[in-house]
Write a protein that binds this ligand. Structure first.
Ligand code: XMP
Length: 315
């Protein structure tokens, strides 16, 4: 049986003895990195700088919300806006693995710069077990290079500290609840963010489309769950497909983009089943997306694939 109190005490002790000088942590505001930040901050106090990088691929209102959360948690933090450099690095890139590697490397470069200014010698990360298992450890195949593993450059000059390395998602949530971190019930969000929910080239325009569609999916599913029409799924979002299809708008032919809605039930992300969402909820999502985003999107489809054979994210 997993014991959160023992885990927390052990990790704080271990980090205290390991981290001799200043440390930096990359915190996206997700469950994993926030729990890692709170643990590390309890271990070394103000010798830890929590850094949130706005890569330009975050969800609607996310950067502002994360800033507020850090204020509440009382951690020492900095918000870095690096969106221009991330979009520049994504120019012309369509291959999912290249996207992940480039984003991971860019993250590390931004952290290295920030770490140098702060004088940090240690990099704390919220890597959890499925991240490194699925990134291939020499025994298993590479399924996806999770950005916080596969993207690590060989010449990184900080020592890595990964307090959550042996935990699965459900255990991280137990720790979050134990630590009273409000983010505990948030749905998981991938490190490369919306960049892997835009199939094909990632541009400010394509990210804006998927950002808006994701916000509608989240709103409608959360509204229906709160009204008791369904139980809140484990994860739910939109994906922008790299194809156009013919539609009709008023009396005119339209040739617009397609949004795929993805929603799954899972325990730890290692396997997943698609959510049996009521059709009325799916229809509301479809109507809202095609109404509110009519200049871009004219078709919405629902993904009914389990993992395996699919993965949760499309890239
Ligand atoms: P997949 O797509 O591999 O996703 O079936 C399983 C779970 O992991 C999330 N995910 C990531 N999380 N860094 C992360 O921290 C990543 O690079 C990454 N890729 C996928 C995904 O959202 C799902 O919850």
């Amino acid at each position: 049986m997993f014991n959160a109190e023992r885990f927390v005490n052990e990790q704080i002790e271990e980090m205290r003895s390991k981290i001799k000088g200043k440390a930096i942590i990359a915190c996206s505001g997700g469950v994993d990195s926030t729990v890692a930040a709170v643990l590390a901050s309890r271990a070394v106090g103000d010798r830890l700088l929590t850094v949130y990088v706005n890569n330009g691929f975050m969800r609607k209102g996310e950067t502002e919300a994360v800033g507020k959360m850090f204020d509440t948690l009382g951690v020492n933090y900095r918000l870095v806006d690096a969106s221009e450099e991330f979009f520049a690095a994504m120019k012309g890139v369509t291959d999912p693995e290249r996207k992940r590697k480039i984003i991971g490397e860019r993250f590390i470069r931004v952290f290295e710069r920030t770490a140098k200014e702060f004088g940090a010698k240690y990099l704390v990360q919220g890597t959890i077990a499925p991240d490194w298992i699925e990134s291939g450890d020499g025994v298993r195949d590479v399924i996806k290079s999770h950005h916080n593993v596969g993207g690590l450059p060989k010449d990184m000059d900080m020592e890595l500290v990964e307090p959550l390395r042996d935990l699965y998602k459900d255990e991280v949530r137990v720790v979050a609840r134990y630590l009273n971190v409000q983010v505990a019930e948030r749905q998981p969000f991938p490190g490369p963010a919306l960049a892997i929910r835009v199939l094909g080239e990632v541009t400010p325009e394509s990210v804006e489309i998927v950002r808006e569609a994701c916000a509608i999916v989240e709103e409608e599913i959360e509204r229906a769950s709160a009204a008791g029409k369904m139980t809140r799924p484990w994860q739910y979002f939109a994906v922008l497909l790299p194809c156009q299809s013919v539609g009709v708008q008023g009396d005119n032919r339209a040739y617009g983009r397609t949004i795929a809605v993805r929603s799954v039930e899972s325990i730890d992300g290692m396997s997943a089943a698609y959510s049996r969402i009521p059709h009325e909820v799916l229809e509301r999502i479809s109507v809202r997306i095609t109404n509110e985003m009519k200049s871009d999107v004219n078709r919405v489809v629902y993904d009914i694939t389990n993992k395996p054979p699919a993965t949760v994210e499309w890239e």
